[in-house]
Design a protein around this ligand. Structure first.
Ligand code: NAP
Length: 491
């Protein structure tokens, strides 16, 4: 226990100071030079986004001129900004932000001469993924061939810009064919206090435009899977713990639905999902050993599964945290207080004190201790999966935490459940309508993962696997296949 507490503080301070060092160097590098006068920026369009960006630019010291169809300056336009016609405004700046919907771009062809050589920043988004055959930025480049088109800012919302709540979306994806133009736009992004991420040429624009339209792509599988498992285990426990008692003992335990059943389902889900984080790595190792090479694609389903392991782990951590909360309220539950008091009263009435069962006390304390340690490491895994922390550790450190400590977490949580079961596994009274206790089912996947992993670390399998992951091939003919892709070594 002492060692674990020490290791917790070690990890905490290690990540904290690493983060501090990195942040301080970022601050040094990114602090804009306020002594330089900023160049004028032109914004076409006085809609929500144009106004929000103009407001932010003015705050950051850029003179802003709006190009609009209207000659009258609306009250919502920042008062320090100028407002002119499109042609007049374009002449005042070298960087022009097109804050207009794509379907209205046509009028820009009439300004082709004025826009020649200027940097046009396309900020537009679409309503559907891959709505047009080409990206909006490429379409803009076709309409105004003499201009240098750069895609940027489309992942930042007008509301976040205006309200200053940019913490969650500080990154700005930037792409463009002209390196100098892209660099100038990235400098503006930095000056606004945002972080530019160079995504390459305009070919990347379609992907950047699709990005804000995606709905948690890597979370779909973990969430659907956990919903299905939750439903299954909820009804399984309902049948065993409520309906069975009602049918056979005529006892109404329907209130179990609120705390008892969720407190059974949550740890079951946490354990199964944690095991499913490590199962694809084990399967990948078996496939690599069987094929004798790492230079062949894994099946698509395995690739996708491996990509969403972090999300699976975080959903598992959420279930484990719920289990902890549900467990904390057990002593104040009316049913539990009634059960304890009736046991005390029956002992008093019988004038007989139950002796302390030492074996049971050992089992109960060990089960709790394993749960506490397992949850502690689970939280540590969750913390290291945060981008701000994982960006500050090297690959070996990350692998150590996610793989070695991850397996230790799985071992502790599986042991927690095994000890909870104690000697009830073989007792016939644990089976109702031939259905075993739900926690017994939850042990199947973790036990399979741990047993196979144990077999895989035997030297006779570990050595060839390590060589394969270092590039050795048992049968080099595979490397001649044209469509191979180097698979990431499974963690
Ligand atoms: P909006 O409120 O509809 O404003 C667009 C502006 O375009 C209008 O205010 C108008 O300005 C101009 N416009 C409209 N019809 C035009 C036409 N036929 N010819 C020329 N100009 C015309 O849209 P928005 O929300 O500001 O979004 C602007 C662009 O930013 C869009 O491409 C959007 O995808 C992108 N974007 C928006 C957000 C956001 O949070 N809103 C976030 C990221 C990206 P004038 O009346 O001054 O001419």
């Amino acid at each position: 226990m002492f060692c674990l507490v020490c290791s917790y503080y070690f990890f905490f301070f290690f990540f904290f100071f690493k983060q501090m060092n990195k942040n301080s160097s970022n601050i040094m590098a990114l602090t804009p030079n306020t002594s330089n006068k900023r160049e004028t920026i032109c914004i076409f369009g006085t809609g929500d986004f144009g106004r929000a960006l103009g407001h932010k630019m003015i705050q950051s010291g850029y003179p802003v001129v709006f190009g609009s169809r209207s000659a009258q300056k609306p009250s919502l336009i920042p008062k320090d900004a100028e407002m002119l016609s499109h042609a007049e405004a374009a002449q005042k700046a070298a960087i022009i932000i097109i804050a207009i919907q794509r379907q209205h771009y046509n009028f820009l062809t009439s300004l082709a001469e004025i826009l020649h050589g200027k940097v046009l920043v396309d900020v537009s988004n679409n309503l559907k993924i891959n709505q047009y055959p080409e990206s909006n930025a490429e379409y803009l480049a076709q309409l105004v061939p003499g201009a240098k088109v750069v895609k940027a800012f489309n992942t930042v919302s007008a509301w976040a810009l205006q309200s200053g709540t940019l913490d969650a979306s500080r990154q700005v994806f930037v792409c463009g064919d002209d390196m100098e133009a892209k660099q100038r736009v990235m400098d503006v992004v930095r000056a606004l206090g945002l972080t530019p991420l160079d995504q390459g040429t305009l070919l990347a624009a379609q992907e950047i435009e699709n990005y804000p339209l995606q709905l948690f792509p890597l979370w779909k599988f973990p969430i659907i899977l956990s919903l299905c498992l939750t439903t299954f285990f909820f009804f399984y426990c309902l049948i065993r713990d409520v309906i069975y008692s009602y049918v056979y003992d005529n006892q109404d335990f329907s209130f179990f639905i609120t705390i008892s059943i969720p407190n059974r389902v949550c740890p079951i889900l946490a354990l199964i999902l944690l095991a499913l984080v490590y199962l694809p790595g084990v399967l990948a190792a078996i496939i690599q050993l069987y094929r004798g090479t790492k230079y062949r694609r894994f099946p698509d389903w395995l690739d996708k599964w491996m990509l969403c392991r972090k999300q699976l782990g975080l959903v598992a951590l959420a279930f484990a945290s719920l289990h902890v909360l549900y467990t904390l309220v057990i002593p104040i539950r009316s049913f539990v207080r009634w059960r304890i008091s009736s046991q005390i009263i029956s002992q008093a009435l019988n004038n007989k004190t139950e002796p302390l069962n030492n074996t049971y006390a050992w089992l109960s304390d060990s089960y709790l201790a394993l749960g506490i340690l397992g949850f502690f490491l689970f939280v540590l895994l969750g913390i290291t999966s945060l981008p701000s922390v994982s960006n500050n550790v090297n690959w070996r450190e990350f692998r150590f935490v996610q793989s070695k400590l991850g397996y230790l977490t799985l071992i502790l949580c599986t042991a927690h459940t095994l000890v909870y079961g104690g000697n009830r596994f073989l007792s016939p009274s644990s089976y109702r309508w031939y259905l075993p206790n739900a926690y017994m089912l939850s042990l199947i996947v973790p036990c399979i993962v741990l047993v196979v992993k144990f077999v895989l670390i035997l030297p006779c399998l570990d050595k060839p696997l390590t060589r394969i992951r270092q590039g050795w091939e048992r049968n080099p003919q595979y490397s001649e296949q044209s469509n191979y892709i180097i698979n990431k070594s499974a963690v």
